[in-house]
Design a protein around this ligand. Structure first.
Ligand code: PRP
Length: 174
Protein backbone atom coordinates (compact mmCIF):
# COMPACT_ATOMS: atom_id res chain seq x y z
CA UNK A 1 0.00 0.00 0.00
CA UNK A 2 1.54 3.38 -1.00
CA UNK A 3 2.26 5.80 1.84
CA UNK A 4 0.37 9.14 2.00
CA UNK A 5 2.68 12.18 2.30
CA UNK A 6 1.04 15.46 3.39
CA UNK A 7 0.72 18.02 0.55
CA UNK A 8 -1.94 20.52 1.66
CA UNK A 9 -2.45 20.87 5.42
CA UNK A 10 -5.80 20.97 7.21
CA UNK A 11 -5.10 24.62 8.09
CA UNK A 12 -4.39 25.55 4.46
CA UNK A 13 -7.60 23.79 3.39
CA UNK A 14 -9.71 25.59 5.98
CA UNK A 15 -8.25 28.97 5.04
CA UNK A 16 -8.96 28.37 1.35
CA UNK A 17 -12.46 27.02 2.06
CA UNK A 18 -13.19 30.30 3.86
CA UNK A 19 -12.04 32.30 0.82
CA UNK A 20 -14.08 30.13 -1.54
CA UNK A 21 -17.17 30.56 0.64
CA UNK A 22 -16.79 34.34 0.56
CA UNK A 23 -16.32 34.36 -3.23
CA UNK A 24 -19.31 32.06 -3.65
CA UNK A 25 -21.55 34.23 -1.47
CA UNK A 26 -20.73 37.23 -3.70
CA UNK A 27 -21.92 35.38 -6.80
CA UNK A 28 -25.45 34.67 -5.53
CA UNK A 29 -27.97 37.48 -4.89
CA UNK A 30 -28.82 38.15 -1.23
CA UNK A 31 -32.04 36.57 -0.05
CA UNK A 32 -31.81 33.67 -2.50
CA UNK A 33 -30.31 30.61 -0.80
CA UNK A 34 -27.62 28.83 -2.84
CA UNK A 35 -28.53 25.21 -3.56
CA UNK A 36 -25.34 23.19 -3.13
CA UNK A 37 -25.03 19.81 -4.80
CA UNK A 38 -22.17 17.68 -3.51
CA UNK A 39 -20.66 15.08 -5.80
CA UNK A 40 -20.33 11.80 -3.92
CA UNK A 41 -18.43 10.29 -2.56
CA UNK A 42 -15.28 12.40 -2.63
CA UNK A 43 -17.01 15.77 -2.21
CA UNK A 44 -18.68 15.05 1.14
CA UNK A 45 -16.00 16.62 3.37
CA UNK A 46 -15.49 19.73 1.26
CA UNK A 47 -19.25 20.30 1.07
CA UNK A 48 -19.59 19.94 4.85
CA UNK A 49 -16.88 22.54 5.48
CA UNK A 50 -18.06 24.88 2.71
CA UNK A 51 -21.65 25.12 4.03
CA UNK A 52 -20.34 25.90 7.51
CA UNK A 53 -18.10 28.64 6.10
CA UNK A 54 -20.89 30.26 4.05
CA UNK A 55 -22.30 33.29 5.82
CA UNK A 56 -25.93 32.60 4.75
CA UNK A 57 -28.60 29.89 4.65
CA UNK A 58 -28.23 27.20 1.98
CA UNK A 59 -29.99 24.07 0.81
CA UNK A 60 -28.06 20.88 0.13
CA UNK A 61 -28.40 17.89 -2.15
CA UNK A 62 -26.11 15.19 -3.55
CA UNK A 63 -25.39 13.46 -6.84
CA UNK A 64 -23.49 10.27 -7.45
CA UNK A 65 -21.67 9.59 -10.68
CA UNK A 66 -19.23 6.92 -11.72
CA UNK A 67 -16.60 6.92 -14.41
CA UNK A 68 -15.39 3.58 -15.53
CA UNK A 69 -11.76 2.67 -15.76
CA UNK A 70 -9.05 0.89 -13.87
CA UNK A 71 -6.95 2.01 -10.89
CA UNK A 72 -6.09 5.68 -11.22
CA UNK A 73 -7.29 6.25 -14.82
CA UNK A 74 -10.78 7.03 -16.09
CA UNK A 75 -12.30 5.61 -19.29
CA UNK A 76 -14.36 8.59 -20.37
CA UNK A 77 -17.77 7.01 -19.86
CA UNK A 78 -19.61 8.67 -16.98
CA UNK A 79 -22.95 7.47 -15.61
CA UNK A 80 -25.29 9.43 -13.37
CA UNK A 81 -26.05 6.82 -10.70
CA UNK A 82 -28.03 9.01 -8.29
CA UNK A 83 -29.58 12.13 -9.81
CA UNK A 84 -30.08 15.23 -7.68
CA UNK A 85 -33.58 16.59 -7.06
CA UNK A 86 -34.99 19.07 -9.63
CA UNK A 87 -33.25 22.47 -9.67
CA UNK A 88 -35.52 24.66 -11.77
CA UNK A 89 -35.07 28.37 -10.89
CA UNK A 90 -32.52 27.59 -8.17
CA UNK A 91 -29.07 29.12 -7.80
CA UNK A 92 -27.21 25.84 -8.10
CA UNK A 93 -23.65 25.29 -6.91
CA UNK A 94 -21.93 22.04 -7.87
CA UNK A 95 -19.32 21.09 -5.27
CA UNK A 96 -16.54 18.77 -6.46
CA UNK A 97 -13.52 17.54 -4.55
CA UNK A 98 -11.37 17.27 -7.68
CA UNK A 99 -11.71 17.88 -11.40
CA UNK A 100 -9.41 15.71 -13.43
CA UNK A 101 -10.60 14.92 -16.98
CA UNK A 102 -13.65 17.10 -16.30
CA UNK A 103 -15.98 14.44 -17.68
CA UNK A 104 -17.83 13.93 -14.37
CA UNK A 105 -18.50 17.66 -13.97
CA UNK A 106 -19.49 17.97 -17.63
CA UNK A 107 -22.00 15.11 -17.31
CA UNK A 108 -23.58 16.60 -14.18
CA UNK A 109 -23.69 20.13 -15.66
CA UNK A 110 -25.50 18.81 -18.72
CA UNK A 111 -28.07 17.08 -16.52
CA UNK A 112 -28.64 20.17 -14.36
CA UNK A 113 -28.83 22.70 -17.20
CA UNK A 114 -31.62 20.66 -18.82
CA UNK A 115 -33.73 21.53 -15.77
CA UNK A 116 -33.14 25.29 -16.26
CA UNK A 117 -31.66 26.50 -12.95
CA UNK A 118 -31.51 30.29 -12.44
CA UNK A 119 -27.73 30.05 -12.24
CA UNK A 120 -25.10 27.33 -12.15
CA UNK A 121 -21.76 27.80 -10.40
CA UNK A 122 -19.07 25.14 -10.19
CA UNK A 123 -16.63 24.88 -7.29
CA UNK A 124 -13.76 22.42 -7.02
CA UNK A 125 -11.33 22.16 -4.14
CA UNK A 126 -8.67 20.65 -6.40
CA UNK A 127 -8.03 21.02 -10.11
CA UNK A 128 -5.74 19.08 -12.43
CA UNK A 129 -6.09 21.25 -15.55
CA UNK A 130 -3.44 19.43 -17.56
CA UNK A 131 -5.55 16.24 -17.43
CA UNK A 132 -8.66 17.84 -18.93
CA UNK A 133 -10.60 15.99 -21.65
CA UNK A 134 -13.57 18.37 -21.60
CA UNK A 135 -13.83 22.15 -21.95
CA UNK A 136 -15.98 22.39 -18.81
CA UNK A 137 -15.58 25.62 -16.83
CA UNK A 138 -14.78 25.64 -13.10
CA UNK A 139 -15.81 28.96 -11.60
CA UNK A 140 -13.95 28.64 -8.28
CA UNK A 141 -10.88 26.48 -7.66
CA UNK A 142 -9.17 25.85 -4.33
CA UNK A 143 -5.79 24.49 -5.36
CA UNK A 144 -4.18 23.36 -8.60
CA UNK A 145 -2.45 19.98 -8.52
CA UNK A 146 0.14 18.65 -10.94
CA UNK A 147 -1.11 15.91 -13.24
CA UNK A 148 1.31 13.23 -12.09
CA UNK A 149 0.40 13.55 -8.38
CA UNK A 150 -2.21 11.10 -7.12
CA UNK A 151 -3.88 12.80 -4.19
CA UNK A 152 -5.94 11.33 -1.36
CA UNK A 153 -7.47 12.53 1.88
CA UNK A 154 -10.15 15.10 2.76
CA UNK A 155 -12.71 12.88 1.01
CA UNK A 156 -10.51 11.55 -1.79
CA UNK A 157 -9.59 7.88 -1.86
CA UNK A 158 -7.57 5.16 -3.45
CA UNK A 159 -9.67 2.00 -3.40
CA UNK A 160 -11.76 3.52 -0.56
CA UNK A 161 -8.70 4.19 1.65
CA UNK A 162 -7.55 7.54 3.09
CA UNK A 163 -10.84 9.48 2.71
CA UNK A 164 -10.83 10.28 6.44
CA UNK A 165 -7.56 12.24 6.47
CA UNK A 166 -8.18 15.91 7.41
CA UNK A 167 -5.48 17.00 4.91
CA UNK A 168 -4.59 16.29 1.27
CA UNK A 169 -1.74 13.86 0.77
CA UNK A 170 0.22 12.52 -2.20
CA UNK A 171 0.64 8.80 -2.60
CA UNK A 172 4.23 7.77 -3.09
CA UNK A 173 4.58 4.49 -4.91
CA UNK A 174 6.21 1.96 -2.53
C1 PRP B 1 -13.55 11.41 -8.51
C2 PRP B 1 -13.81 12.80 -7.98
C3 PRP B 1 -14.61 13.45 -9.06
C4 PRP B 1 -14.18 12.72 -10.32
C5 PRP B 1 -13.33 13.62 -11.13
O1 PRP B 1 -14.63 10.62 -8.20
O2 PRP B 1 -14.50 12.74 -6.77
O3 PRP B 1 -16.01 13.32 -8.85
O4 PRP B 1 -13.44 11.58 -9.91
O5 PRP B 1 -12.80 12.94 -12.26
P1 PRP B 1 -12.99 13.42 -13.73
O6 PRP B 1 -12.81 14.90 -13.76
O7 PRP B 1 -11.89 12.69 -14.47
O8 PRP B 1 -14.33 13.01 -14.21
P2 PRP B 1 -14.54 9.03 -8.29
O9 PRP B 1 -15.10 8.58 -9.61
O10 PRP B 1 -13.16 8.57 -7.94
O11 PRP B 1 -15.58 8.55 -7.20
P3 PRP B 1 -15.59 8.81 -5.62
O12 PRP B 1 -15.69 10.30 -5.42
O13 PRP B 1 -16.82 8.09 -5.18
O14 PRP B 1 -14.32 8.23 -5.03
Amino acid sequence: MPTPTPLISAEQIQARVGELATALAHRIPDGEPPHLIGVLKGGFMFLADLVRALPRPVTVDFARLASYGTGTTSSGEVQLLTAPHPVRDRHVVVVEDIVDTGLTLERLRRHLLADRPRSLTTVALLDKPSRRRSDVTIDLVGFTVEADRFVVGYGLDLDQHHRQLPYIAVLDPS
